[in-house]
Design a protein around this ligand. Structure first.
Ligand SMILES: Cc1ncc(COP(=O)(O)O)c(C=O)c1O
Length: 368
């Protein structure tokens, strides 16, 4: 068994797992179906009340004319960028070097659509207005991800976003929002989803990240844009005869968890505070801007893993199920706060972090 699995096993046995909402098991769907009317008609190839009502609800939430339900964000966003490229007659889009499209989609955009991608700014920081000002006008679309997941869920100032939007509008460059975790940024900006989406020509949101559904995405924009996106959805094989398990679960958890985003955000700040009191541990960002952050540890992965396994066994608190190597001497992992956090006795949590601090001091040779 690999060391990673030892950590995962220990995490699965922990009494108090810290991140996310629950185990990603079939109970997630069972709970939804127990709450659903069995006589409800299924959606059929993208039509029917069940899908159409949800699309309308989401269009209103996002302040857009129309919205389309997709099985995945990967499919929805490649399609969005293709549409904006076609409308400008330019096969160039720009995004962050660590965009999901660039690092997790096997070059779908390039291979399927022959779209050239311009990587804006530096991978360790957010895209800034100055990066956008240096872009050439022949870019069809700029994709902005809020929050920027791969750097711990950081967010730009709202004023900078507005300035980026104003510049792109002046230059005829479309702005697309990768809002996979859009809900999670609302407490930080203290704005509605519609207010934020107003800055963008198109937007994608996910239902299985902060919301905790099974899978699924919404792509929203104006009428002409979403009409074209439906044609591409068909071409991609995204019109499954029925998508209702995803739609029902999206709708169910959206209603239950959207109102709790501020709670998760406040809890993330508390948890990051505990981490930052530990020797050799720092969160990125130092103060979370959403319910997510990254934990960076001054120990090689192989040294941290046994400490974590022992921590879970000793205290019952499970901090993470995985650790990623960032260099020979450091490692990191991501934390997302969901429903689980509120159920952890805070004394147990404090004790776990005191224990971690002691072990980190021992492991790095620092005492006192
Ligand atoms: C920022 C971001 N964009 C897009 C996606 C793609 O979503 P999906 O898994 O639904 O294809 C993800 C998935 O993790 C993501 O984190």
């Amino acid at each position: 068994m690999s060391k990673n699995n030892v950590l995962l096993e220990a995490f699965n046995k922990a009494i108090y797992p810290v991140g996310s909402h629950s185990k990603r098991n079939i109970q997630v769907l069972k709970e939804v179906l127990n709450d659903s009317d069995g006589n409800l008609d299924s959606d059929v190839y993208g039509s029917g009340k069940l899908i159409e009502n949800f699309q309308e609800e989401m269009a209103t939430f996002l302040g857009k004319e129309t919205a389309v339900f997709f099985p995945s964000g990967t499919m929805a966003q490649q399609i969005a960028l293709r549409i904006w490229c076609d409308s400008k007659g330019s096969k160039k889009v720009a995004y962050h070097p660590l965009s999901h499209l660039e690092i997790h989609e096997e070059d779908g955009l390039k291979e399927l659509h022959h779209i050239e991608t311009i990587l804006l700014g530096d991978k360790d920081r957010l895209i800034r207005l100055e990066d956008v000002l240096q872009m050439k006008d022949d870019i069809a679309c700029l994709l902005i991800e809020l929050p920027q997941r791969e750097i711990g869920g950081q967010l730009p100032d709202y004023e900078e976003l507005v300035a980026i939007c104003t510049y792109c509008r002046e230059k005829g460059i479309k702005l697309h929002l990768d809002g996979a975790r859009l809900y999670e940024i609302l407490p930080y900006y203290q704005r509605t989803a519609a207010e934020i989406c107003e800055l963008f020509d198109s937007v994608y949101i996910s239902f299985y990240k902060g919301i905790g559904g099974i899978a699924g995405a919404i792509l929203a924009g104006n009428e002409a844009f979403t009409k074209e996106s439906k044609v591409w959805k068909r071409r991609y094989g995204g019109d499954l005869i029925s998508l209702y398990p995803y739609i029902l679960s999206s709708s169910y958890y959206f209603k239950r968890r959207l109102p709790k985003m501020n709670q998760y955000y406040q809890e993330a700040k508390v948890l990051a505070g505990y981490y930052n009191q530990c020797h050799g541990v720092v969160t990125k960002p130092l103060e979370p801007m959403t319910n997510m952050f990254h934990v960076h540890v001054d120990l090689p992965k192989e040294k941290l893993e046994p400490i974590l396994v022992a921590l879970y066994e000793e205290t019952g608190v499970g901090l993470t199920h995985y650790v990623r190597e960032s260099s020979e001497t450091t490692c990191c992992y991501e934390v997302n706060i969901g429903d689980r956090f509120a159920n952890i006795p805070k004394d147990e949590l404090r004790r776990a972090f005191q224990w971690l601090d002691v072990k980190m001091r021992e492991a790095t040779g620092v005492n006192g």
